[in-house]
Design a protein around this ligand. Structure first.
Ligand SMILES: C[S@@+](CC[C@H](N)C(=O)[O-])C[C@H]1O[C@@H](n2cnc3c(N)ncnc32)[C@H](O)[C@@H]1O
Length: 244
């Protein structure tokens, strides 16, 4: 069988248009190069501020709460992987109807620094914090009702994306992933926010939008790996990758 990376490279070669060639760049970000640094901590803090200001936090939280209400009754277990500050998990956990649901929440990231910060800053919340590699999780099959992942897929090459999607589906009944999708306007949009945010998040943000997968590319990845997922646009610059 042809390796996924090779199949994907061939797909890109055939499908890249003029705009893709102009926008697409593969450049490592501060979060990839120095995950335990103060700059990485600054990026993670600004990601939360941006999610608040852009309305992404509100929109994603509402979507996830709707899913919880539709799928689970009584007690619900939720994990977030590659969570950074885990603003999404914290938002869902604090807004779930506590009269109806008992929530067991696990927030995780590969960076020890982010998890230590969360453990201290959010000690009042009933969340279990864990340093964990999202592609190799030490949980039994279907341990969770819902697994969340936000703004992380574009950090990984195709083979790792496939591993992560498989791993999340293995440990949970429902997977909800949000990531950026490559658009011609994404990098310029982030650049226009430079008066309001740190130079670290602007630099990582532009790099993220340039290296993000397009919706068609994500659909191709799901198809070649035969994964039980679907992709839909979500916000003008993002997509949802949901288990089916
Ligand atoms: C762009 S940040 C997203 C953080 C958060 N989800 C958000 O939307 O603000 C990507 C995160 O993935 C984490 N990460 C990278 N590789 C990982 C891996 N293999 N397993 C778990 N986390 C990882 C990084 O430490 C970083 O916090």
């Amino acid at each position: 069988m042809i390796p996924f990376e090779e199949q994907f490279a061939a797909y890109r070669q055939q499908h890249f248009g003029f705009v893709d060639r102009l926008i697409y760049r593969e450049k490592a970000e501060i979060l990839d190069l120095f995950p335990e640094s103060e700059l990485a901590a600054e990026v993670v803090r600004d990601l939360e501020a941006l999610a608040n200001a852009s309305g992404l936090k509100r929109k994603l939280t509402d979507f996830i709460l709707k899913n919880i209400r539709a799928q689970v009754a009584g007690s619900v277990s939720v994990i977030e992987v590659c969570g950074g500050s885990c603003w999404l998990l914290r938002s869902v956990t604090s807004q779930v109807d506590h009269g109806k649901f008992h929530i067991h929440a696990v927030g995780s990231d590969l960076s020890q620094r982010h998890i230590e910060t969360n453990t201290t800053a959010f000690r009042h919340m009933n969340i279990e914090w864990l340093v964990a590699d999202a592609t190799n999780l030490l949980f039994s099959n279907l341990k969770f009702d819902i697994a969340l992942n936000c703004q992380a897929l574009h950090h990984f090459p195709v083979g790792i994306v496939i591993k992560l999607l498989r791993e999340l589906k293995r440990i949970s009944k429902k997977v909800i992933i949000f990531d950026l999708r490559r658009t011609f306007y994404g990098p310029a949009l982030v650049q226009s926010l430079s008066p309001f945010y740190s130079s670290s998040i602007i630099s990582d943000g532009v790099a993220s939008h340039r290296r993000a997968y397009s919706i068609q590319e994500m659909e191709f990845i799901i198809r070649i790996a035969d994964l039980p997922y679907k992709v839909t646009p979500f916000t003008p610059v993002g997509m949802l990758v949901e288990s089916i």
